[in-house]
Design a protein around this ligand. Structure first.
Ligand code: IVH
Length: 673
């Protein structure tokens, strides 16, 4: 029998050999062994790891799951963003989803919608551009706004038509759909990837299309991106057209018209899902009428007109080894169970969130318990139940800490004035940057994608720089000593140059992103945009201090008491004022790019009464899309008062007195053509 040392040596030698061949193949494009020998080498490493669990190496092919943001491809902006879908899990969510649509469109409660119901195939989406019937370029989804140009790799997929002869095929169109791998084909790739989705994305983003070609990727089309003269009335018509043009569409697509039937269909389909040829993680419901889709538009990152009805998640049992308390950016204490690693639906899980103290108490979750853990999509795994029969006899109830584990401050529960209840979440009572964990999280937020978006400044880098005392506040990022960074493990001249470059690049930022980057509680991306739009001018933001009349923000549709009191609190802290002041000189903040060229440029509107066939939210969004501004009271500043059913008569009288134009909905629409 071989001893441990010689097995280890054999293993390391193989890894080194693989590394050499990778280098020859990927960087020098000069492989010296056949693909077959290369694959065998990889497999022999994986087999050794399977046999001897102590073998482990960072360069092992088993560590390569999925993809890293790749430098192999050129990035390109999507002409129409590739957004995500909001999720529904049950009848209640689904009813709410439909209710919101009816409210937005101002339709009666008994209105019936037809839905295009499409399986949500678990692959990765791609956007294909066709010009005069030829496939000219293809992008991955990326972050939804910018993708990677992966044309050549997409070209290797047989399901993607390269030329389309159909006479009525538009001159310019983007076709979007899912690249996936069938379960039976995944069987052969099991050693290399954790699940079919990773296999699809990994293969699609190979540096060389010759590598992609070896993997039997499939493509199913389901929507369009940019589409110049779209005359389709229905999503289902568009799907038929896709099929006629030579695309593959999902054979399980159908049309359903009410919630009961949607639920029945979901139940039946969920039972079938394991027999399907590919992984499906839910059903997508889309309002079939494209005109309604257009009217409904988007909220945040997802369309109002579609939702994904998820299937129940994969689950497994494991043991809780300990319970850690994480402190988040807003001071929230989140208990996390460290569990014995377990494979749940293709992914190894070793952490599960326990949400908050109430959740632990309710389920009486204890260290040492055997628990059932569920994992759904990209959501953090969570504990669903405790197996009490397996509880050790000496187990004791878990006691949630009453001091912040990071800074020792008292923890508190907030009282919610609206619900008249205490929040379930316990928070560190210290103010921001004096608690180490909160400060680190705030800086992570500051550099993150949706804020300053500093490439290469990930969470690990923030932690390292904190540990080295290079940063304590966001502004320290702009005064970094690069000579010291260069000396750190894993850093060198090139990576320092890259970091310097991305930090400098991040200095150009819009006012709304800047507001968002400050991490003010309750001020997410949408609210930051609203505030930036309202202020219009960065100088106004910099002038905000304790004495500012925060109630002015109540005029902003979407900003309420909770947001105001949070902003107020933020500006009452000296440290925060200091941060804003510093950043205002470190950064080059651009005033919000106001859509100032619309028909209603420089015009102000107010609405009173209920409008026909349209909700207030919709009419507001139409006015704003055309660069108009909404006011909340009648004053000399107002240009138009829009009057619906049962208006406030006083407002009409005031408007007439001030010579303000009073219009009904039709007259407003005429103004817009
Ligand atoms: S429609 C804005 N249709 O789901 C509309 N998406 O969470 C979004 N997906 O990235 C796309 N099947 O990868 C649509 N029939 C289908 C889909 C589908 C799978 C995926 C797609 C997208 C994600 C959205």
């Amino acid at each position: 029998m071989e001893d441990k040392t010689s097995i280890k040596k054999k293993y390391i030698d193989k890894i080194k050999k693989l590394k050499k061949h990778n280098e020859l193949y990927y960087s020098k494009s000069k492989p010296i062994i056949s693909d077959k020998d290369y694959d065998e080498l990889k497999l022999s490493i994986i087999n050794l790891e399977k046999k001897y669990s102590y073998l482990n190496h960072k360069d092992s092919p088993s560590k390569i799951v999925g993809f890293k943001p790749s430098k192999n491809f050129t990035k390109q902006k999507h002409k129409v963003p590739m957004l995500s879908l909001s999720n529904v899990f049950n009848r209640e969510d689904l009813t709410n989803f439909e209710k919101k649509i009816k409210n937005y469109l101002n339709l009666k409660k008994n209105q019936i919608f037809e839905y295009s119901v499409e399986p949500k195939i678990d692959g990765i989406s791609a956007s294909l551009t066709y010009k005069n019937g030829s496939f000219v370029s293809g992008l991955s989804r990326g972050d939804g706004y910018e993708g990677e140009l992966i044309t050549e790799n997409l070209r290797t997929i047989k399901d993607i038509p390269k030329f389309i002869n159909a006479k009525d095929f538009p001159q310019n169109i983007e076709i979007r759909g899912e690249v996936y791998i069938e379960k039976k084909d995944f069987e052969k790739l099991k050693e290399k990837f954790a699940n079919p989705r990773n296999a699809a994305s990994g293969s699609l983003r190979q540096k060389y299309s010759s590598e992609t070609k070896k993997i039997p990727l499939k493509f199913i089309a389901y929507t369009f991106g940019q589409f110049d003269s779209n005359t389709f009335q229905k999503q289902s018509d568009f799907l038929i057209f896709l099929k006629k043009s030579g695309f593959k569409i999902c054979k399980y697509n159908n049309l359903i018209s009410n919630i009961d039937d949607l639920i029945k269909n979901h139940e039946n389909f969920e039972k079938k899902r394991y027999e399907l040829e590919y992984d499906v993680d839910g059903l997508v419901y889309k309002i079939n009428d494209l005109n309604l889709q257009q009217r409904l538009g988007f909220v945040g990152n997802a369309p109002r007109w579609a939702a994904a009805h998820k299937f129940s998640a994969a689950s497994s049992f494991s043991k809780i080894l300990k319970i850690d308390i994480q402190v988040g950016r807003t001071g929230a204490l989140t208990p996390v169970a460290k569990i014995k690693p377990v494979n749940i639906g293709g992914v190894v899980v070793s952490n599960a969130t326990l949400h908050n103290e109430d959740e632990i108490n309710k389920k009486d979750i204890r260290v040492g318990d055997i628990v059932q853990i569920e994992r759904a999509g990209d959501v953090i795994p969570h504990v669903i139940s405790v197996d009490l029969k397996k509880r050790p006899s000496k187990s004791i109830r878990y006691k949630f800490p009453d001091k912040c584990p990071s800074c020792g401050s008292q923890v508190e529960k907030e009282f919610n004035n609206q619900t008249k209840k205490y929040d379930a979440v316990k928070r560190c009572s210290s103010e921001g940057y004096s608690c180490e964990k909160i400060a680190i999280e705030k800086i992570k937020h500051f550099v993150s994608k949706d804020a300053l978006n500093i490439d290469g400044f990930g969470k690990k880098v923030v932690e390292k720089f904190w540990e080295k005392k290079f940063i304590r506040f966001p502004q320290d990022i702009f005064k970094l000593d690069y000579n010291k960074i260069k000396e750190l493990d894993g850093w060198g001249q090139q990576s320092v140059n890259n970091l310097k470059y991305s930090i400098n690049k991040s200095k150009n930022i819009t006012l709304s992103k800047f507001i968002f980057s400050l991490g003010i509680r309750h001020i997410g991306q949408e609210n930051a945009k609203l505030i930036a739009k309202h202020l219009q001018n960065k100088e106004k933001f910099f002038k905000i201090n304790k004495k500012f009349n925060f109630n002015l923000f109540l005029n902003i549709d979407g900003i309420g008491e909770i947001q105001i009191s949070s902003i107020k609190k933020f500006f009452s802290i000296k440290e925060n004022l200091e941060i804003v002041k510093n950043l205002s000189s470190d950064l080059n903040i651009e005033n919000e790019n106001l859509n100032n060229e619309g028909k209603f440029k420089n015009s102000t509107f107010m609405i009173t009464g209920k409008l026909q066939s349209m909700s207030r939210a919709e009419i507001k969004s139409i006015i704003e899309k055309n660069s108009g501004k909404i006011l909340s009271s009648v004053s000399k500043k107002l240009d138009y008062l829009i009057v619906g059913e049962k208006p406030t008569i006083k407002k009409i009288n005031q408007a007439k007195e001030l010579n303000i134009k009073v219009l009904n909905q039709n007259e407003l629409m005429k103004l817009l053509n």
